[in-house]
Design a protein around this ligand. Structure first.
Ligand code: SF4
Length: 350
């Protein structure tokens, strides 16, 4: 066991059999060492910095039916909303005043937001806040669409692969194509986006082999960002009775991903904070280095529920900013409110 951990630390790689063996024989002592190594590896590339990104959830409409997601189109209980262009810009305005220089625009797959509308929004954000980075998290579109938004000024794109197992992917995503998902990630990379992939831990039917495939997929893709969170069952989905993922298992995968892709930007997700009051702090100690406080208007926050009991839905943006800052600093890290680019990207001069 110790040998495999040393090998992972030295080579940033284990093969599938080695990963499965490692994960199935983890002791408390090995986990402690794993987390420490992941934290040290993160510090080689990003020192103690934790990057803040203001998250704007601008539409909870979605044309997809992912089995695990509260926003799936078959859930009639969702109170659907779309923010107006002005409302999105006001969120950025508020975030900018609080110091944020990185904004994440997130939605379900909502085709009402055409490339023309999104181009206008991105260009306006860049005009008003030229020293800020824009990340999109809006799902699968075609190459031309992605290209237009990149040319409008979008810097990054988050599209979790969710699971690298084709069979598991297909069982969770009716009418979606695994090949298309993966192709989207390659297209985004080719265009020049800083790309975020990632997966869920604790999905029904997920095995250690599947998790090993996720790590190997990330190694191969080498995304600039990696989002890993626990699966949390939602009562209005077909997976309502499933057992969710645990904080502990997710921490292991965060640390493993940090060692497989040492220079990735990795969020300590809100889902971790939802399962454990100090889940985000634990994720930082296991190699994560990004947090995404919510900037969406208070009136819509509870409506953007991929899972239930999400934290931070009732707090003013200023409160979130200070709460998360306190958590980061008390964990021994340093907040960075800048653009927070991947370490291989020189920050553009505003
Ligand atoms: S996970 Fe994303 S694409 Fe799937 S239903 Fe939820 S919001 Fe839509």
């Amino acid at each position: 066991m110790g040998d495999l951990l040393s090998k992972l630390g030295e080579q940033n790689f284990l093969n599938k059999e080695e990963i499965v063996h490692f994960l199935s024989h983890l002791t408390a002592e090995t986990k402690t060492r794993l987390f420490r190594m992941a934290d040290e590896t993160r510090q080689l590339h990003y020192s103690k910095s934790v990057y803040m990104r203001g998250l704007i959830e601008f539409s909870n409409y979605c044309r997809r039916d992912c089995m695990y997601c509260g926003l799936r189109k078959s859930n009639p209980k969702v109170d659907r909303y779309r923010l107006t262009e002005d409302e999105i810009l006001m969120c950025c305005e508020e975030g900018y005043a609080l110091g944020y220089r990185s904004f994440v625009l997130q939605s379900g797959e909502d085709f009402t937001f055409t490339s023309r509308i999104l181009t206008r929004i991105i260009q306006e954000i860049k005009r008003r806040f030229p020293d800020s980075a824009v990340t999109l998290s809006i799902g699968e579109r075609d190459e031309e669409f992605y290209r237009k938004l990149y040319e409008a000024g979008a810097d990054r794109f988050l599209l979790r692969h969710e699971t690298a197992s084709r069979s598991l992917y297909e069982s969770l995503h009716p009418s979606m194509s695994y090949d298309n998902r993966i192709e989207c990630l390659h297209t985004l990379k080719r265009i020049g986006y800083q790309v975020g992939a990632g997966f869920m831990v604790g999905l029904p039917g997920q095995t250690l082999e599947h998790l090993a495939e996720d790590l190997l997929f990330l190694k191969d893709l080498h995304p600039e960002m990696i989002g890993i969170g626990p699966f949390i069952p939602h009562s209005a989905t077909p997976l309502r009775e499933a057992t969710g993922g645990t904080v502990e298992d997710t921490l292991v995968m965060i640390a493993m991903a940090r060692l497989f892709v040492p220079d990735a930007l990795m969020p300590a997700t809100t889902a971790m904070g939802t399962l454990d009051p100090i889940g985000r702090e634990k994720a930082l100690s296991a190699g994560a280095n990004v947090v995404m406080p919510i900037l969406s208007p208070l009136s819509v926050r509870e409506k953007y529920a991929l899972y239930e009991n999400k934290i931070c839905t009732g707090d003013e943006s200023a409160h979130c900013r200070h709460c998360i800052e306190m958590r980061i600093v008390s964990s021994g890290y340093r907040i960075d409110l800048g653009r927070g680019d991947h370490c291989s990207y020189p920050s553009p001069v505003a």
